[in-house]
Design a protein around this ligand. Structure first.
Ligand SMILES: Cc1ncc(C[n+]2csc(CCOP(=O)(O)OP(=O)(O)O)c2C)c(N)n1
Ligand SMILES: [Mg+2]
Length: 323
């Protein structure tokens, strides 16, 4: 078998996202990062699998749970870490913090704090991308499909045959509410009702996601219209940093941990893609070292000068953090 480094790279990117967020969480606990975070832990295969099919002219819109989408799309861990720390070297000059990262150089047209904001942004972007052979992708949660503009955008994209991929990350909960308590019928039925091409996929297996991503991009790029994907996945931590996630059913977390995208990827790399355990271990060591360096460099990076760039909000002492 020919070993493809691209397969190992998928694992490395997912691990980088996981480790990045663990670092962010620990910096929160130490008061070095202020505000809140919404971690993507457990859902990494979705962003990494779709990013593997992106082309240079494509555009990405994501949510407040967007660290993974930003890193997968090409934002560097240092630029994102510095942003979390409110540093001038951050990807948005330290002004966005965790929830609203945007990086046009890397095709990221925004991470949106408003539920479903990514849907409107990607649909709008697709109007111009249709003329440039590009595709827009919107990531959003199971909670977003009950927002009115989801229907407007899906309908509009279908009627105009716009190149949009709507990726619903069904992690079973909208904040603390199980999706089926607030949603009638199957999630995918919404796309089927409008005759939009759709698929429900295993969102924890990065190769399954990548396969669906390539098929979706090809369809959307060829002018056939939008695609709707429901990616089944699970967040391993609470909704945000203040949520202990006590609403979970007994045994639910343990069952999903067995389907950790990193475990699945590690197993497949060794069993199917020709890598040794030692080769995978060395990736783990390299990612750990990268994140340690990123953390140290970020902590030493300069904060914005007060009075400039709206940086009164970056006065960490004023909002309860450590300066
Ligand atoms: C328009 C709007 N309504 C309500 C909220 C508050 N809110 C923030 S996250 C969230 C849950 C969204 O759940 P889901 O779409 O499943 O995404 P997940 O957090 O699971 O990734 C809600 C209701 C908001 N940010 N925007
Ligand atoms: Mg959800």
């Amino acid at each position: 078998m020919i070993k493809s480094k691209a397969n190992l790279d998928l694992f490395e990117k997912m691990l980088l996202i996981r480790t990045f967020e663990e670092t962010v969480q620990s910096l929160f606990q130490k008061g070095e990062i202020v505000g809140t975070t919404h971690l993507y832990s457990g859902q990494e295969a979705v962003a990494v699998g779709f990013a593997a099919a992106l082309q240079a002219q494509d555009l990405v819109a994501a949510t407040y749970r967007g660290h993974g989408h930003a890193l997968a799309t090409g934002v560097t861990p240092q630029a994102l870490m510095d942003e979390m720390l409110g540093r001038i070297t951050g990807v948005c000059g330290g002004r966005s913090g965790s929830m609203n990262v945007i990086d046009l150089k890397n095709r990221l047209i925004g991470c949106f704090g408003i539920i479903g904001g990514s849907i409107g942004a990607a649909t709008g972007a697709a109007i111009s991308l249709a003329r440039k052979n590009g595709v827009a992708i919107a990531y959003f949660g199971d909670g977003a499909i009950n927002q009115a503009y989801f229907y407007e955008c899906l309908n509009f994209a279908a009627v105009r045959k716009l190149p949009v991929i709507f990726v619903c990350e069904n992690n079973l909960y909208s904040e603390y509410t199980p999706w089926e308590d607030v949603t009638a019928g199957a999630i995918r039925a919404r796309a089927q009702a409008l005759e939009v091409k759709s698929e429900t996929i295993d969102g924890n297996d990065v190769w399954e996601v990548k396969k669906a991503a390539h098929a979706s991009f090809e369809y959307a790029r060829s002018g056939d219209g939008p695609v709707f994907i429901e990616a089944l996945t699970y967040r391993f931590v609470g909704h945000s940093r203040s949520d202990p996630a006590k609403y979970r059913k007994p045994g639910e977390l343990d069952a999903w941990k067995l389907r950790d995208p990193l475990i699945i990827a590690r197993e497949r790399l060794v069993a199917e893609f020709g890598f040794t355990s030692e080769e995978v271990d060395s990736v783990e060591a390299a990612v750990k070292k990268t994140m340690e360096d990123v953390r140290e460099k970020g902590l030493k990076a300069p904060t914005p000068e007060l009075g400039k760039l709206g940086s009164e909000f970056m006065d960490l002492k004023r909002v309860g953090g450590k300066a």
